[in-house]
Write a protein that binds this ligand. Structure first.
Ligand SMILES: Nc1ncnc2c1ncn2[C@@H]1O[C@H](COP(=O)(O)OP(=O)(O)OP(=O)(O)O)[C@@H](O)[C@H]1O
Ligand SMILES: [Mg+2]
Length: 319
């Protein structure tokens, strides 16, 4: 039962005469209400107690760095994997840097309710500092439209505001690309959320926080190499079927997680039909990735890059 139910129904009415007398007294003496009879000192003490209780309730669980940002973020596609932590009472802990890059820093982040192991994420934070220049700002954006011209101007002038907008644009673009590709079953990390310039992604790695290696760091046996190439071509074909090229594909932007290739780093994904250089981006992706396989000993009669490119062109509807 709510507390005021008790007051509403169980306490007998005060008699009208008494109420009138009280009202008169209040008017004459300007006497405050019952709670107002507290001395100033008591009032201050009570207010402080209430404030302390409030602050205490909002105190972060020990060892954590912030409350979960889930509520304010753009969320990943449905159906949501069951490991995604959606409780607002969860907190985030930054477990350190996985990698600092030219355009973004990737941190290991744990999100969970107090006293639970929580879930690991890769937190990719785009940087907007003055010295960083996106090597991807140029040709990639052709064929994409931005409507708001005030923001276009800010970005062109690269004011602090503009730089932050550019960084956020890349975060938005990568989140959209990951969401779209995850939905069609492409091997990409599940995009959990985007908030400003930060993406939270499924962490590819072990429970102890060791990240999956980049393809560039591994030396697979011949059998495995062939299997990995076949996984790579399937991924490229899926992208092409969506009319997309990765745009910066290489053995550095592919992770090897439990025997599976996972494609990462997709902010510059290219719409090969709208972008006048679409075909060249597609060809370069194939060249770069096949180049690594060749360097590890896979024969060109296996990779057959000309045939692959022709397939991708037709899958993308360009041929
Ligand atoms: N989901 C993930 N799980 C585990 N590790 C990840 C994940 N995403 C990124 N990383 C690690 O962070 C590195 C950088 O990520 P990414 O390539 O997306 O960012 P980047 O800033 O473009 O980096 P670079 O400039 O090196 O290309 C990756 O090479 C990988 O080691
Ligand atoms: Mg990268």
């Amino acid at each position: 039962m709510r507390q005021h139910d008790h007051e509403d129904f169980d306490v007998p009415d005060e008699r009208p005469a008494r109420r009138r007398a009280q009202a008169a007294r209040r008017g004459r003496l300007a006497e405050p209400t019952r709670s107002g009879r507290l001395t100033e000192g008591e009032r201050v003490r009570l207010a402080k107690l209430r404030e302390d209780a409030y602050t205490e309730a909002r105190l972060l669980p020990e060892g954590t760095d912030r409350w979960s940002t889930w509520d304010d973020a753009e969320h990943g596609p449905l159906p949501r994997p069951d490991w995604v932590v959606t409780e607002l009472a969860a907190a985030d802990t930054d477990l350190g840097v996985l990698k600092t890059g030219k355009e973004a820093d990737v941190h290991l982040l744990r999100r969970g309710l107090p006293d639970t192991p929580g879930t690991l994420h890769a937190a990719k934070r785009y940087r907007s500092d003055e010295h960083k220049l996106f090597h991807r700002d140029a040709g990639y954006l052709e064929g994409r439209r931005m409507r708001r011209s005030r923001e276009n101007r800010a970005m062109a002038q690269r004011s602090a505001f503009g730089r932050n907008l550019i960084a956020e644009q890349w975060a938005v673009a990568e989140f959209a690309a990951l969401s779209r590709l995850w939905t069609i079953g492409a091997p990409v990390p599940y995009p959990v959320q985007r908030n400003g310039t930060e993406l939270l992604l499924e962490f590819l790695g072990d429970d102890d926080g060791t990240a999956a290696p980049r393809l560039a760091q591994v030396r697979p046996e011949p059998d495995e190499l062939e299997d990995l190439w076949s996984q790579a071509t399937s991924a490229l074909e899926l992208l092409a079927s969506e009319g997309l090229a990765h745009g910066d594909l290489s053995a550095y932007n592919v992770l090897l997680h439990r025997g599976k290739l996972v494609v990462i780093d997709l902010p510059q994904v290219v719409d090969v039909v709208a972008n006048p250089g679409g075909l060249e981006f597609l060809a370069r992706d194939v060249r770069n990735l096949a180049g690594w396989f060749h360097s590890r000993g896979l024969g060109e009669h296996v990779t057959k890059t000309d045939e692959l490119l022709a397939d991708l062109v037709s899958a993308a509807g360009l041929g």
